[in-house]
Design a protein around this ligand. Structure first.
Ligand SMILES: Nc1ncnc2c1ncn2[C@@H]1O[C@H](COP(=O)(O)OP(=O)(O)O)[C@@H](O)[C@H]1O
Ligand SMILES: [Mg+2]
Length: 251
């Protein structure tokens, strides 16, 4: 479980303090997936960088599984906007990297999990390639594989599908959710796409303009609905969200 208590983040920019986020408080139960949706510049990436440990936080402001967030102790997965693959390593070395860093040995059970994930994402044949030899969609699937193989306490994703064309994006979202339904990794992702929030967020957190605070948290009744994109409810919820969001947002 992730618990955020009154978290604010500021940057020190040219001797000026720039408030970028908060204060925000929220809680994500273990095995849930939350979408955070907010306008450009409201502090979405700042939130993820804070939770991933790139920006230090103070004791007790963020608890993960009841302990103050500590990137050295906790296992935190992060998929950045550009997928974050190391260009000088093969696909296989990329998805095994976090296991290697943690010193995990690969036993039969883990091997089975890895093969299952690779097959599901249809990237088994790409093991020996380098990231520069992959399409955007393939890079994205390798990044997803790496996250699920790592099996983190918390998975963070920063607009993970925004670099893909529409069709590839829908396919990647479907693959992600189908794996997520199987492994239920506690996930927080940010997006500026209403459609993505509805498709992938079990709960949808709506943020205000900078410095971002939480405007509303919506229980998404359409999560895991079959043929969601064609349904009337989907269109209705999209326009409801657009209604809340319309104040000064550029999506
Ligand atoms: N390294 C930084 N130094 C100073 N200001 C920053 C830095 N990174 C982001 N900001 C500012 O913090 C605010 C939030 O940025 P960011 O978290 O990137 O927003 P989002 O991801 O929602 O677009 C913006 O006003 C941005 O200009
Ligand atoms: Mg951002």
């Amino acid at each position: 479980m992730l618990e955020i208590n009154n978290l604010s983040v500021s940057y020190n920019s040219n001797k000026r303090i720039v408030k970028a986020l908060g204060p925000i408080s929220m809680r994500i139960e273990a095995g849930e997936i939350y979408a955070v949706i907010g306008p450009s510049g409201c502090g979405k990436s700042t939130l993820l960088h804070t939770l991933s440990g790139l920006i230090p936080v103070f004791h007790e402001e963020v608890l993960l599984n009841n302990h103050p967030l500590n990137p050295k102790q906790h296992n935190i997965g992060f998929i950045p906007q550009n997928f974050g693959l190391l260009p000088w390593k093969t696909v296989e070395k990329n998805y095994l990297l976090s296991l290697k860093i943690k010193g995990n040995s690969i036993d039969d059970t883990l091997n089975e999990r890895i093969e299952h994930i690779l097959n599901k994402l249809n990237i088994n044949h790409l093991k020996e390639r380098y990231p520069s030899e992959l399409s955007g969609g393939q890079k994205q699937r390798v990044a997803i594989a790496r996250a699920f193989i790592m099996n983190p306490d918390l998975l963070l994703m920063d607009e993970p599908f925004s670099a893909l064309d529409a069709l590839t994006r829908e396919e990647a979202q479907e693959l992600f959710i189908s794996l997520w339904n199987q492994y239920k990794i506690t996930t927080l992702f940010v997006t500026h796409s209403i459609e993505e929030a509805i498709y992938m967020g079990k709960k949808i957190v709506i943020m205000s303009n900078c410095p971002g605070t939480i405007v509303e948290i919506i229980n998404n009744p359409l999560f895991n609905t079959e043929n969601l994109r064609q349904s009337e409810e989907y269109i209705r919820l999209s326009s409801y969200l657009r209604g809340i969001i319309k104040k000064g947002w550029s999506l």
